[in-house]
Design a protein around this ligand. Structure first.
Ligand code: THU
Length: 143
C-alpha cells in the first residue's frame, strides 16, 4: 500500500502528533449505532492541524465520517484553498480501518500528488498511502 517512503517529509514526531490528535478527537465521536469511534487529524499545507470525528444519525445514511467532518471544519476555518499535506485516521477499537470510498473522493478534492494518508493497519501498525494509491481513478467533473 505504501508506494513511497514517507513522501510527505514529516518527521516521526509530527506523524505521532497527528496520530495522537486523531485518537484524541475520536473520543468525541457520536457513534451510538456502530460504537465505532473514528478520528481524523489533517495537517494543512499552511501548517495548521484540524480534526474531526464521525457523527452518526438514527437515519443511518446521514452519518458523517471523521475524515469528512475534519475536511469540512478545515474549509470552514481556513477557506476553500486548503491543501492536505497529511491526514491521520484513528479508531478506538484498535482495528485496521482504511478510509471508505466516499472519504477517498473527499480527500482527493483537497489533495496534492504528495498528500499522505496514515491509517491503522494490522496488529497495531500504521499504514501509509498517497491519495492516488487509495483512489487511482477519482471522479472529476467536466462539463
Ligand atoms: N467511518 C468513518 O468515520 N470513516 C471511514 O472512513 C469509515 C467509517 C465511520 C462511519 C460510521 O460512523 C462508523 O465509522 C462505522 O461505519
Amino acid at each position: 500500500m505504501s508506494s513511497k517512503n514517507n513522501p510527505s517529509d514529516l518527521t516521526p514526531a509530527q506523524i505521532a502528533d497527528l496520530q495522537q490528535q486523531a485518537t484524541a478527537v475520536a473520543h468525541n465521536a457520536y457513534a451510538p449505532y456502530s460504537n465505532f469511534r473514528v478520528g481524523a487529524a489533517i495537517l494543512l499545507s499552511n501548517g495548521a492541524i484540524v480534526t474531526g470525528c464521525n457523527v452518526e444519525n438514527a437515519s443511518y445514511r446521514l452519518t458523517t465520517c471523521a475524515e469528512q467532518s475534519a475536511i469540512a471544519a478545515a474549509v470552514a476555518q481556513h477557506g476553500p484553498a486548503i491543501r492536505i499535506r497529511a491526514i491521520a485516521i484513528a479508531n478506538l477499537n484498535n482495528t485496521a480501518s482504511q478510509p471508505c470510498g466516499a472519504c477517498r473522493q473527499t480527500i482527493h478534492e483537497f489533495s496534492t500528488p504528495d498528500t499522505i494518508i496514515f491509517f491503522p493497519s494490522e496488529n497495531g501498525t500504521t499504514a501509509q498511502a498517497t491519495t492516488a494509491d487509495l483512489l487511482p481513478a477519482a471522479f472529476l467533473l467536466s462539463k
